[in-house]
Design a protein around this ligand. Structure first.
Ligand code: SAJ
Length: 439
């Protein structure tokens, strides 16, 4: 590394975060709060302006974010910018741009490549680039390293350093996770690994393990794929229990009493910005080498669950002698997870598409989503069927006796996608109750 300048003392590092969205912004602000000179670079002018005015552009409840954006906007050691040339004096450039997976289950790296080109065109010799986005295995090698080298003729470990340090954030707990979840850094050199470990441990107060970039890519996409496969097992157990006429929730409770078992929760589907996508990222890098079976199948099982909710609804409505096209149907929950307003890849979208294909109208309710926020009582009044998709507390508190009064007809229908209600109690009140795994 003879051409590389001597590493500065940690606090002297000038930092840039490229992509100040859901992940990048809290990272930039936490490093600025620790006293570093930080710029947040983004191509979205409006987002940059809002941040510099101290306004938090991230939707939803993120404890601590509003205050952090407001306080750091006033500080001289942080600002957001759309000016790429400001990257030229940065010692460390973190990249947190989105890496979507399209319908063909292949990752799209347009955003990543554009960000890398901008960085390569502006970064100085000796800079350390750190990829925080979740990427498919081999992306560091085939996309990141090559784009940075091709764009400016720099040679890795001669003119710049490179590492990946995938984030482990969650909606609603951005700052908490960044400052409590240990992380992994995959580094192309000893020196890069040491710098990232020291910097992140110091600023975020977490522990950082060092490994190689490929291992870090596989661990990150793998940890979420692990969860997706676990959920798929729970969902298949639910479908099995329905076929046997058993109650999957009783099965799960007793099964988990066996040591080293932790059967996950069956449900109406798997949404969010990471779990539905990371299994595809994990396998996409090796499609030419191995035809994986379990991981794509787990994705299929979880993606089937909104369809299963439709099947339960259709059979219940028909069993009650009604015409599904004429039934007044209410869907409770649009957000992908309980008590969240995050709607990314929500299973409710899939259910709505299926209802639409069958020209079946429905009303959506969700206390956390502006478009569907309304009086629950009003929405439920005189409905014939309720489909519970998201386990929001407001629905958990809903008394079945009250629900029965609001709904129309002797035998209103209740399709329970998150085991929120008690089947026996519902049937005693006259409901036609069908729960996932307990029909
Ligand atoms: N879900 C089930 N059954 C389960 C668990 C979840 O159907 O047993 C569904 C949820 O309803 C939701 C989806 O899966 O629709 C995803 O839920 P999630 O609890 O996995 O929440 P996420 O998407 O916020 O996942 C994040 C991930 N964290 C990071 O990427 C850092 C994941 O790795 C965490 O394990 C998860 O949070 C968590 O533990 O809450």
């Amino acid at each position: 590394m003879e051409s590389m300048p001597k590493a500065k003392s940690q606090l002297k590092f000038k930092i840039a975060v490229v992509g100040i969205g859901y992940v990048g912004l809290p990272v930039a602000l936490l490093f600025a709060k620790a006293g570093y000179d930080v710029i947040g670079f983004d191509i979205d002018e409006d987002r940059v302006k809002r941040i510099n005015r101290g306004q938090n552009p991230i939707k939803g409840r993120e404890p601590g974010m509003n205050e952090l954006v407001k306080s750091m906007a006033k500080k001289s050691n942080f600002h957001a910018t759309t000016e790429a040339s400001e990257l030229s004096d940065r010692d460390i450039i973190m990249v947190a741009v989105q890496t979507p997976v399209e319908d063909d289950h292949q990752p799209r790296y347009e955003h990543m490549k554009a960000a890398l080109k901008t960085i390569a065109q502006n970064m100085k010799k000796g800079a350390l680039v750190i990829i925080e986005s979740t990427i498919a295995p081999r992306t560091m090698e085939k996309v990141v390293k090559t784009t940075l080298e091709q764009e400016n003729g720099f040679e890795l470990n001669k003119h710049f350093m490179l590492a990946n340090c995938p984030e482990r954030v969650m909606p609603g707990r951005l700052i908490y996770n960044l400052t409590h979840y240990d992380r992994l850094v995959g580094a192309y050199s000893e020196k890069a690994g040491r710098i990232v470990k020291k910097l992140y441990e110091k600023v975020l107060g977490i522990k950082v393990d060092i490994t190689d970039p490929l291992t870090a890519e596989i661990v990150k996409s793998g940890e979420n794929t692990y969860r997706d496969v676990q959920i798929a097992f729970a969902n298949e157990m639910a479908l099995l229990c329905e076929a046997y006429g058993a109650n999957v929730w009783k099965v799960r409770e007793l099964l988990n009493k066996c040591p080293y078992r932790a059967m996950h929760l069956p449900g109406a589907g798997v949404g969010g910005h990471c779990i539905p996508k990371d299994g595809w990222l994990l396998v996409s890098g090796a499609v030419d080498d191995i035809k994986t079976k379990l991981i794509p199948l787990a994705r299929q099982i979880n993606d089937f669950m909104p369809r299963h909710m439709f099947d339960l609804l259709k059979s219940a409505v028909e069993d009650s002698g009604r015409d599904i096209e004429k039934a007044k149907i209410v869907i409770l929950g649009y957000a992908y997870d309980a008590n969240s307003d995050d709607t990314r890849m929500t299973p409710t979208d899939d259910l709505m598409k299926i209802l639409d294909q069958h020209q079946i109208k429905c009303t959506i309710h969700d206390p956390y989503v502006a478009e569907y926020k309304s009086s629950l009582d009003k929405v439920l009044k005189n409905a014939n069927a309720v489909v519970l998709m998201t386990a929001h507390d407001e629905y958990k508190k809903l008394k079945l006796s009250k629900l029965k009064k609001l709904l129309k007809g002797r035998q209103p229908i209740l399709i329970d996608g998150r085991n929120l209600y008690n089947k026996e109690e519902a049937e005693k009140l006259g409901f036609v109750y069908k729960g996932v795994g307990n029909i």
